[in-house]
Design a protein around this ligand. Structure first.
Ligand code: ARG
Length: 257
């Protein structure tokens, strides 16, 4: 995770961002701290990367790469504004002892590459290039299932889909193309279905350990739907980070050794 010391909304690379609207960096920091505390209480070990000035989106660690089986597939950002984050996350991973593979294609880490059991769920349409799915599939030896995102508000896979466990997900169907919806229905017949109200508070930008699901407090319908399916929702308020188009999952890069 990366403390939002330099958090700001100074450019617009997704529809959530409005550089003319006010934002509060100290509120973003205190909200982010409550997310760190939630992970602490769940017994997760959290590692930190130093924030860098001039990189206001660096708090969104999920985009810093994809780490599975001790290997990091590096990020390569779509927009120049975030390009310098990639080497920072790569260097961190190298120092931490992960085997690093430099990406040849545009991809925004776990924003678009989510591990669900033995599948790599791989988003495309706004940020990550389809070619990156193949690179990741080859590196991790797991089939990449390409999923086409169609709504610019849900520009990363992790804004439209949460991996709940090895074999279950929650998702917002209308954020995906008809073919991708069909694939998700086939692969995950017991999925938790989110609605538009969950989507617009970035409710699907959540982190699950298989039972406890850390998600935005504003996503009331999704919290109930998760409870009904036997999960334990852990609501957190990171609304200030939503001004940049992010939520709990965006702030969290999972390190799978
Ligand atoms: N402002 C950032 C961007 O548009 C937000 C990234 C959110 N991260 C995520 N994993 N969805 O790139």
């Amino acid at each position: 995770m990366c403390r939002p010391t330099y958090f700001a909304v100074t450019y617009r690379i997704n529809p959530w961002m409005d550089p003319s609207a006010p934002y509060d960096t100290s509120l973003a920091i205190s909200q982010w701290e409550t997310l760190v505390q939630a992970y602490d209480q769940l017994g997760h070990k959290v590692e930190f990367i130093d924030p860098l000035p001039g990189l206001p989106d660096m708090v969104f660690a999920a985009n810093g790469g994809t780490v599975i089986d001790g290997k990091m597939y590096t990020a390569q950002f779509r927009h120049a504004e975030r390009a310098d984050e990639a080497p920072a996350y790569r260097d961190w991973a190298e120092r931490a002892g992960f085997e690093v593979q430099e990406a040849k294609h545009v991809n925004e880490g776990e924003g678009d590459l989510l591990l669900a059991g033995e599948f790599l769920l791989a988003g495309t349409g706004f940020r990550t290039a389809h070619a990156a799915h193949l690179e990741a599939q080859e590196l991790f030896g797991r089939p990449a299932i390409a999923l086409q995102l169609v709504d610019p508000r849900f520009y990363h896979l992790d804004t439209a889909l949460t991996v709940l466990s090895q074999n279950n997900i929650a998702y917002l169907p209308e954020a995906f193309s008809p073919g991708s919806q069909q694939i998700l229905r086939k692969l995950f017949p017991d999925a938790v279905i989110a609605n538009e109200e969950d989507g617009v508070v970035l409710g699907l930008n959540a982190v699950s350990d298989g039972h406890n699901v850390v998600l935005p407090v504003q996503a009331k319908h999704l919290q109930q739907a998760l409870k009904d399916s036997g999960y334990n929702p852990i609501p957190v308020d990171v609304s200030e980070l939503r001004l940049a188009g992010g939520g709990p999952k965006c702030c969290t890069l999972e390190l799978r050794s």
